[in-house]
Write a protein that binds this ligand. Structure first.
Ligand SMILES: Nc1nc2c(c(=O)[nH]1)N[C@H]1C(S)=C(S)[C@@H](COP(=O)(O)OP(=O)(O)OC[C@H]3O[C@@H](n4cnc5c(N)ncnc54)[C@H](O)[C@@H]3O)O[C@H]1N2
Ligand code: MOO
Length: 452
């Protein structure tokens, strides 16, 4: 092979040569470290460059750098209510007057009133989107929610608190009775009070979800610099595997792994450049793989199937001479694993059983992507109480599927079989039963990985 060999760890590797007994399966932790190291090694040699994408297409992407507010938010001081923009000094409680007394003021005349209210002349309407003239002392301007406050106004009185409690038609001269004692700032949204121009809006490394994208758009940004996605060539193998939508012949099955792994990769911030189903011909597999690597320049080749002990293990046979090691990890499902490089590009071979593939992704690839590529989507781990007893095979880190409930319990779903896709689809958690634990009673506390 032309490429560099990547670190693969040393503990418990099975070389794949069945005649030479290996030192036993590799631990889950050792394989996790080896997968992370494989990717770290690659990205150190191939540092990814940030890319700029439209904010409208940036959902799920990771910010490449801090974003500072290019301007104030709100951009101008505006009203929080439909009501009257006022100078609060005009509505100060009149000295020496008591509640219940009232006084009238003609339009444009001096403000007058009592604790019950003060009458001010009305100015022109201020609709949202307009630039109002300064507010004259002793007047109140009908202002709409979101409209700019006129210079001189420092408070808003909601229309419900006024008499009359509705706006006069635009252009009508008149007056309005307003409550006295309105403090400055009431129902006013100051320019920059959400975020001031130049302040840190979002930190580099933030995953852009709905809430963050809303802020970027509100700040007027239409493009944003994001970290690149890990580029993956995704292959599945087997003469029996057919595209969904195609009829099945005898002994054939539909390809579930491509969808499971593509969706997992994309949810973890990676991008599938190309996916293929390849037949059980090692020569054809190798030729296709090398052509795809040359054409696509992926960061990672991920395969499923063809790595165990059968007579038609296409991936294992095709890559026998490559810098790839096929080994056994003390995990069930997901025991058989392939790891190494092909033409210098990181390679991972997952087992063909769909649950094994998915569990391999969650246990090995997702944490490595999170740790190495700056796409922080690690799963949340919580403790939960089993609703029924569980058994686990000796010497294996068993991973069962389960339904985690808000009361802190987890219900095992289906059995341990790695072909059980229906049970997988009804679960939202992986139950981790570490090596050394072979029996767990009902109520036992277990660690679960929330996967939904
Ligand atoms: N003698 C032994 N046999 C097996 C061992 C073993 O240690 N000794 N390990 C078993 C375990 S555990 C697993 S897991 C599988 C892994 O086998 P492979 O990775 O070689 O996968 P395949 O044999 O190609 O397929 C296994 C299974 O998965 C189905 N499959 C494959 N691709 C897809 C796909 N894209 N979508 C849906 N299903 C797929 C395939 O038809 C097989 O049923 O080996 C055990 N055997
Ligand atoms: O290890 Mo296999 O993945 O049990 O089904």
């Amino acid at each position: 092979m032309s490429g560099q060999s990547a670190p693969q760890g040393t503990e418990g590797t099975d070389t794949g040569t069945d005649a030479v007994p290996g030192p036993g399966p590799r631990s889950v932790a050792a394989h996790q470290a080896a997968v992370a190291e494989l990717l770290r090694h690659w990205f150190e040699a191939h540092p990814p460059a940030a890319e700029t994408v439209p904010v409208a297409e940036a959902a799920g992407r990771v910010l490449a750098a801090d974003v500072h507010a290019p301007g104030n938010l709100p951009p101008f001081t505006n009203s929080q209510m439909d009501g009257y923009a006022v100078r609060s000094a005009d509505l100060a409680m009149p000295a020496g007057e008591s509640a219940g007394e009232s006084a009238a003021a003609g339009p444009g005349g001096p403000a007058a009133g009592s604790a019950a209210g003060i009458r001010l002349a009305t100015a022109a309407h201020i609709p949202a989107g307009s630039a109002p003239p300064p507010l004259q002392p002793g007047t109140a301007a009908p202002v709409m929610t979101g409209a700019m406050l006129p210079e001189g106004a420092d408070a808003v009185v909601p229309i419900e608190a006024c008499d009359p409690d509705h706006f006069l038609p635009a252009g009508t001269a008149g007056s309005v009775q307003l409550p006295a004692g309105i403090p400055p700032g009431r129902f006013v949204r100051r320019a920059g009070s959400d975020i001031a121009a130049g302040a840190l809006a979002l930190s580099g490394g933030t995953v852009l979800g709905t809430l963050q994208l809303g802020l970027l758009a509100g700040l007027g940004l239409d493009r944003v610099a994001v970290r690149p996605r890990t580029r993956v060539l995704l292959l599945t193998t087997g003469d029996e595997v057919r595209e969904p939508g195609q009829p099945l012949g005898p002994g054939q099955i539909h390809d579930a792994n491509t969808t499971l792994l593509r969706s997992s990769l994309e949810a973890a911030g990676a991008r599938v450049l190309r996916s293929r189903i390849l037949a059980d011909s090692p020569a054809e597999f190798l030729e296709r793989l090398r052509a795809d690597i040359a054409a696509d320049a992926p960061d990672l080749v991920l395969t499923s199937g063809g790595i165990s002990k059968g007579a038609y293990e296409v991936v294992r046979q095709a890559l026998a001479a490559a810098e790839v090691r096929f080994l056994s990890v003390a995990m069930q499902p997901g025991g058989p694993q392939g790891i190494g490089t092909v033409d210098g590009v990181p390679f991972l071979g997952f087992p063909g059983n769909p649950v094994s593939s998915l569990v391999s992704f969650e246990m090995f690839l997702r944490p490595a992507l999170a740790a190495v590529t700056g796409t922080p989507r690690p799963r949340v781990q919580v403790q939960a109480r089993l609703t029924e007893p569980l058994q686990s095979p000796p010497g294996k880190h068993q991973i069962r599927r389960g339904r985690y409930c808000p009361d802190g319990t987890v219900v095992p779903v289906g059995g341990p079989g790695s072909h059980l896709m229906h049970a997988l689809a009804s679960s939202n958690a992986l139950i981790l039963v570490p090596v050394g634990t072979e029996k767990l009673p009902e109520g036992a506390e277990v660690t679960v990985l929330l996967v939904d």
